[in-house]
Structures are given as C-alpha cells and as structure tokens.
Write a protein that binds this ligand. Structure first.
Ligand code: CA
Length: 215
C-alpha cells in the first residue's frame, strides 16, 4: 500500500513537472492577446457635389445709354436732359427749382428716357449731383398719362448730395419708357429742398427679350 502511495506521489510529481514544462497553467491560446489593431477604415470618399446647373447670365446692359431724354425743365443749355443718359459721368442734367425763393413753388421735376423699344428691366442706378427731395422711378410701355407703374419710391429717404450714387433693383418688368420724378415727402418741410435736381447719369439695366430667345 505504501509502495502504491509512493508510486502515486511520484506519478503526481511527474505530472506536475510535465505541467510546468509544457505549461499546464492554461492554454496559451487562452492568454489575453493584445488585439490586433483593426485596420483604420478607409475614408469613404465624400460624394462629389452634383454641379448646380449654371444659369445663363442675362445679357444686362444699360439700355438707357444714348436714348432720347426729355425733361420738364433744364437749368441752362449746359445742363440739358440728354446729359442724364449720354454715358458720360462728367455731364449732367439739372432742373432748377424756385423752392428756396418760394416755398410754395412746386418741387416736382421729371425726366423721361425713351428706350426706343421694349426691354425687360430690373434695376437702375442714379449718379446724383444733388437732390434733397424724394423721388420715384416709374415705367411704362406707352408713355401715356395713366400707363405708369412705380417700381421704386425713395419715400422720404432722400439722396442729399453731393455726388451720391443710388442703385436699386426691382422685379423684372417690360417697359419702353422710364420716368424719374421728384416730389416733396409729407415729412419734408417746404424749406428742406435744394433748388436743383441734378443728375449726372441715369442708368437702366435690362435686356432685349427677343434677342435672349435667339441665344
Ligand atoms: Ca451724363
């Protein structure tokens, strides 16, 4: 019996030795392994923007340049109505007012450009030498008395000069005649006006619709 125990112990010791030699403390496979670094995901290529369809630019030009101009008043022969649309920024039209001498005198002055045919227009620019009252821009297909549509009204916000440039846009409209006219806003005193309505250049931006259709 003792011999059996001795053999058993020897066998047990032998097993322990083998375990130590072969690593019975657990399978190497069970050891925690440093996880293999996962490959960095490749960047998903950003979707390329679908290019916006590019609108064909409108062939806007100054359709008032060199066109016939009339006005209700010309200060002198040097400041005639045509000077407001001759394309020369050094020449000007001036309509004289007696407002300072006679506060009850009518401030109103007007100037009309005949574009000579119908255009689609959508903005204007005025190079003032001086103006201290309100003004409107009206358009018409015929130029007749009741045919005018107001596309801009300064409504009391007035370009008190000198040498101010005002540019305004409006909804595109078909027109042949463009009228600039002044008036005294209700908030303006009779004495607030300057006796001149003076414009270096009235620029009207537009295009010929019939030419656009052939592009
Ligand atoms: Ca001019």
């Amino acid at each position: 019996m003792k011999r059996a125990n001795v053999r058993f112990k020897l066998f047990y010791v032998l097993v322990l030795v083998l375990c130590v030699l072969v690593g019975c403390g657990g399978s190497k496979d069970s050891e925690k392994k440093t996880p293999e670094p996962t490959a960095m995901p490749t960047d998903t290529p950003a979707p390329t923007d679908t290019p916006e369809p590019t609108a064909t630019p409108l062939p806007l030009v100054n359709v008032a340049k060199g066109k016939p101009v009339t006005a209700d008043h010309e200060e002198t022969n040097d400041f005639t109505a045509d000077k407001a649309a001759d394309g020369d920024e050094a020449t000007r039209w001036s309509g004289f007012s007696l407002a300072l001498e006679n506060p009850m005198e009518n401030y109103d002055r007007w100037l009309i450009v005949d574009l000579e045919k119908e255009y689609i227009i959508n903005s204007f620019e005025i190079w003032f030498e001086f103006l201290a009252v309100s003004y409107k821009i009206e358009v018409s297909l015929t130029g007749e008395e009741n045919s005018w549509t107001t596309v801009f009204d300064s409504d009391g916000v007035n370009p008190v000069g000198p040498n101010l440039i005002f540019e305004e846009g409006f909804e595109p409209v078909k027109a042949r005649y463009v009228k600039f006219s002044t008036y005294r806003h209700e908030d303006q005193s009779p004495h607030s006006g300057y006796p001149f309505c003076s414009i270096y250049e009235l620029i009207v931006m537009g295009y010929d619709e019939s030419e656009l259709n052939t592009i």
